[in-house]
Design a binder for this molecule. Structure first.
Ligand code: FAD
Length: 417
């Protein structure tokens, strides 16, 4: 098959989840010609393709700790009646539209339905270009700086960066979840969470429910009568393995209709309810973690540590859904405190012109479970995009970028650091 050229850019971002999106918008706003490529026909990654909702908290003690692009997205969602501030839920279709508009307005060149395949790396660990595939065939994209927004570190690993996967004891990752939305729920008749969970537990004992999760995890949404479920649990599936992903989709759908069938026959509130949508892809919480110049760990989260090279804040706890069955481990930072994420976590070892802009930054399994949430990933993406544009402007690699320049540009872009 002949290989075409898809051009040359200052910054090439692979993967258009909320991390890659925030990176691409930030790079373009900082003067870099920027390409963002994405395998689906829309941006958002887990937020849209995974149907994940709502935004987890980006506050401590009622104070915002993450702003910038996250705030812009929330303002736009609100303008279109697509955001519920009470529980931070958003409309995923409006989200897709807003992400398109913001990327285009920033001057990002979008390339959808395009899969990253491999990278071309020169001696010394410089990525020269990447090989991509879409309906036009195979193409090569050249770039000065590259940003990995794939969530799985596809680009970083192909370029030779080291990585780890899963927990230290046995390599297992957090389970997957096929999220779904149930419409036509009668809210007036809705039982309490306690009543629902009690009935769910009994149904599990009777064998009517075979989902390994310990309770029903659900959220009200931006619409009356519409409930979002984050309840299915698919164990021991690796999100970087095609066969595991296939099994996860099938098992997620099986659990979905088992849960919905049981709800409909058990509670009048769900009598007319129906599955209006499920995620176009199963939700993947955790795969590879790219090893960078610093590895964020559990103590950093639990002791709310601060760093000289901080680029983002977080307050979300360690939150590990059991990789083997029931149970969820939750450990909070001290009340009213936030931790910081150092720039070094975004710089992979072994590659020179690459930054990470997604959940797979350099962390342990435990710290990953905290920093993976959407608001934090957006803060990470914003930092990676600004850093990439500055590297091009100043003709330096990420390791040599002046920290003061980066943090100043971040503050100017609305980030709280
Ligand atoms: C079930 C579940 C529930 C969650 N619940 C919450 C919650 O309630 N609140 C919260 O804030 N967070 C939650 N999270 C976490 C959060 O949704 C994700 O961690 C976060 O959205 C990840 O963003 P990302 O940009 O790093 O990666 P992703 O969203 O995974 O984006 C990666 C993007 O890269 C693209 N891509 C990947 N590989 C390639 C390739 N080779 N070529 C081209 N494109 C590629 C993908 O299509 C995708 O668009 C949840 C996650 C899951 C799975």
């Amino acid at each position: 098959m002949p290989i075409r050229s898809e051009g040359e850019f200052d910054v090439v971002v692979v993967g258009g989840g909320l991390g890659g999106f925030s990176a691409a918008v930030s790079a373009a706003r900082n003067g870099a010609s920027t390409l963002l490529l994405e395998r689906y026909g829309f941006l958002g990654g887990m937020a849209t393709a995974g149907l994940v909702n709502p935004f987890m908290s980006f506050h401590v003690g009622g104070r915002e700790i993450i702003r910038g692009i996250l705030r812009e997205v929330i303002e736009r969602l609100t303008e279109m009646d697509g955001y519920n501030p009470k529980n931070r839920s958003f409309d995923p279709e409006i989200m897709k539209y807003i992400l398109d508009r913001m990327a285009l307005e920033a001057g990002v060149e979008l390339l959808y339905h395009t899969v990253f395949i491999d990278s071309v790396v020169s001696e010394g660990g410089y990525i020269k270009g990447i090989l991509i595939y879409n309906k036009s065939g195979l193409s090569l994209v050249m770039g000065k700086m590259f940003v990995d927004g794939t969530g799985d570190g596809d680009l970083a690993v192909s370029a030779g960066a080291p990585f780890e996967k899963g927990r230290a004891s046995d390599g297992l990752t957090q389970p997957m979840t096929l999220s779904f939305d149930l419409a036509a729920v009668n809210f007036k008749e809705l039982p309490s969470r306690e009543e629902l969970n009690e009935a769910y537990r009994k149904a599990k004992i009777r064998g009517e429910i075979t989902c390994p999760r310990e309770n029903l995890l659900w959220f009200r949404t931006t619409r009356d009568g519409l409930i979002h479920f984050n309840t299915t649990r698919i164990l021991k599936a690796d999100g970087t393995n095609g066969r595991d992903l296939t099994r996860a989709e099938i098992e997620g759908r099986r659990q979905t209709f088992e849960i919905v069938g049981w709800l409909k026959k058990t509670f009048p509130a769900f009598r007319d309810a129906y599955v209006v949508r499920s995620g176009p892809q199963v939700g993947v919480r955790e795969t590879r973690r790219i090893i960078g110049e610093y590895v964020l760990n559990a103590e950093d989260i639990l002791e709310a540590r601060k760093f000289r090279d901080a680029v983002c804040r977080g307050s979300y706890p360690i939150d590990i859904h059991s990789p083997t069955g029931e149970g969820t481990i939750i450990k909070h930072p001290p009340p009213g405190e936030y931790y910081e994420i150092p720039y070094r976590c975004l710089i992979p070892r072994g590659v020179e012109n690459l930054l990470i802009a997604s959940r797979c930054i350099s962390t342990t399994h435990e710290a990953h479970s905290a920093v993976r949430i959407m608001p934090i990933v957006m803060g990470i993406g914003q930092a990676a995009g600004i850093a990439a544009a500055l590297c091009v402007k100043k003709n330096v690699t990420p390791r040599r970028l002046n920290l003061r320049d980066l943090r100043e540009a971040l503050r100017e872009s609305g980030a709280l650091i």
